[in-house]
Design a protein around this ligand. Sequence first.
Ligand SMILES: [Fe+2]
Ligand SMILES: [Fe+2]
Length: 285
Amino acid sequence: MAKDLKSIVSQIDDLPSLPQVVTTIIALINDPTSNAEDLNRALERDPAMVGRILKLVNSAFYGLSNRVSSVRQAIVLLGFSTVRSLALSAAIFDFFGQPRSVKFSRVAFWAHLVAVAGLSRLIASREAGLAEEPAFVVGLLHDIGKLVLDRYVQQDFQHVLEVAQKKKCTFLDAEHEVLDTDHSEIGRWLAERWALPDELVSAIGYHHCIAESPENFRRLTAIVSFADFLSYRKNVGSPGSYASPELDPDAWSLLTIRKEDLPTIAAEVDAELASSEKLFGLVVT
Ligand SMILES: [Fe+2]
Ligand SMILES: [Fe+2]
């Protein structure tokens, strides 16, 4: 019998909690009144994270002649939101740990998440009334349900990967064939368990079916859905998918992007992907 959300969840007895530093950074991103000093305070409570950030900042990527020795200095040099995104990306990457399934490349998966995060931020920057950073966070977390499959129901996950490969279909279609649920529903469950903000829960949970998202979060959901679609067009789609997804038609009606805008935003997309790749490369080393 195909497994549904309930039976998958019943197999999880050691669900890891999201590290404190991640929850704090997400809360700061969702609080428009938060500032650099709040971030500095949050990061300094986690010495391992401070070491990680300083290593990233001092890496050749930033080409700084003098070494940066404090988070405060890093924020002055690179800006509040860059340091915040770097910290969050590094913390989430560390949290995900090693993959279990051999057919699933964790590096390719991370490249996909970082690409969708960057593209979501880019699309949000073009949309009135939508903040860029929450869009970036949703991009990083949108496929988190796949990690639950990989970690807790490995055989089913493996089966989904095999079906997708054999039928040359999307991972989502293969999930629906093998399971009575999919990674977006599982991701929503996890996001709720972690008490993430409602807009993140919705965007993670409905990124493959925008119409089901609660109305007030639907535009953010449309952004991540659009970014996910673009990532396949740019060859940074999620590993385990053997066909490009269709763009959810609701994305067109909810966002101001028009088909004729696509050629002009192509250059911006390339620039965003190039800088996301740098971030990705730094975090995995
Ligand atoms: Fe997905
Ligand atoms: Fe995705």
